[in-house]
Design a protein around this ligand. Structure first.
Ligand code: NAP
Length: 281
């Protein structure tokens, strides 16, 4: 079974569009998401366009602010302060990565926690780990949604997450733990990775290396979630961290790249923007 993030996100966005259509009458306006793009990295430009397109579908107001790559850190922090103070801005997202002269940590911390639609602010991260109300980061949230929509039982299962970044690996592991899976987090220094991944009922791969996970690393009937977004070195096309064609033969459920986790990430960004908006009402 292939879980289509494209189909699921289309359905969820249609439901959100109905919800948002009622907001002007109820609250006098629709949610407003501001996306800040620094520089012109092609992947970032494409992600930002995807966010604007999804906002249009859902009926959310989207403003994309483009700044040159040589903007100073102080100027960017000043812009964030202005957006924080604007009562008609509900969500602020600064597209990562940023140029090397700008501290990503400072930028993430500068965004008002209540407008942090990415869920990257240290206070949101702390709240997630303490099971307090928070904005759940989009990609991990989307992954749990996909598992549930596919009817995958998480409770009591052995989950292995490869990758321990703050953005994907760690929060995915935490959400799986909250769903009562027994979770192992693997990383670049894990010894004999295949023996670890073969233990997984649910395998989440977030490494960033094309077709790194091969069929021999997957147990029969496992659920495989491929978060990776890479360029195939041979064809130049988008591909995941998992060798999809081979893994499909062994997995009971698998996500494709493109069309899997990616669309769900944007869908959950829309959901987080609506949540931040409602929280402010
Ligand atoms: P990251 O910060 O570079 O983290 C990569 C992780 O993979 C690290 O924890 C690293 O281990 C681990 N790793 C690297 N090589 C490994 C190896 N040989 N064996 C085992 N583990 C290894 O990347 P990220 O931000 O988490 O993103 C991961 C991938 O997901 C990327 O392809 C990114 O583009 C994609 N992504 C997709 C979405 C989406 O919406 N679909 C969203 C975010 C990210 P160490 O910690 O030991 O270095």
């Amino acid at each position: 079974m292939i879980i289509s993030g494209k189909e699921l996100s289309a359905k969820l966005k249609a439901d959100m569009a109905v919800q948002v259509a009622g907001f002007p009458e109820k609250y006098g306006r629709v949610p407003h998401l501001v996306v800040v793009l620094v520089g012109d990295d092609p992947a970032s430009v494409s992600y930002v366009k995807g966010k604007a397109k999804a906002s249009e579908v859902v009926g959310i107001k989207n403003t994309t602010i483009r700044k040159p790559a040589d903007i100073t850190e102080a100027e960017l922090l000043g812009l964030i302060a202005t957006l924080n103070a604007d009562p008609e801005v509900d969500g602020i997202l600064v597209q990562l990565p940023l140029p090397a002269h700008i501290s990503e940590a400072k930028v993430i911390e500068a965004i008002d926690k209540t407008k942090d639609v990415d869920g990257f602010h240290p206070l949101n991260v702390a709240a997630l780990w303490q099971k307090q109300p928070c904005t759940v980061p989009c990609t991990p949230k989307g992954i749990i949604r996909m598992l549930k929509s596919a009817g995958v039982e998480i409770s009591g299962k052995r989950a292995v997450v490869i990758g321990r970044s703050n953005i994907v690996g760690l929060p995915v592991a935490k959400l799986l733990l909250d769903e009562n899976a027994t979770v192992t987090i693997a990383h670049s220094r894990t010894k004999d990775l295949p023996s670890v991944t073969r233990e997984a009922d649910i395998l989440v791969v977030a490494i960033g290396r094309p077709r790194f996970v091969t069929a021999d690393m997957i147990s029969d009937g496992a659920v495989v979630i491929d978060v990776g977004v890479n360029r195939d070195p041979e064809t130049g096309k988008l591909c995941g961290d998992v060798d999809f064609a081979a893994a499909q033969q062994k997995a009971s459920v698998i996500t494709p790249v493109p069309g899997g986790v990616g669309p769900m990430t944007i869908c959950c960004l829309m959901e987080n923007t609506i949540e931040c908006f409602l929280h402010r009402q």
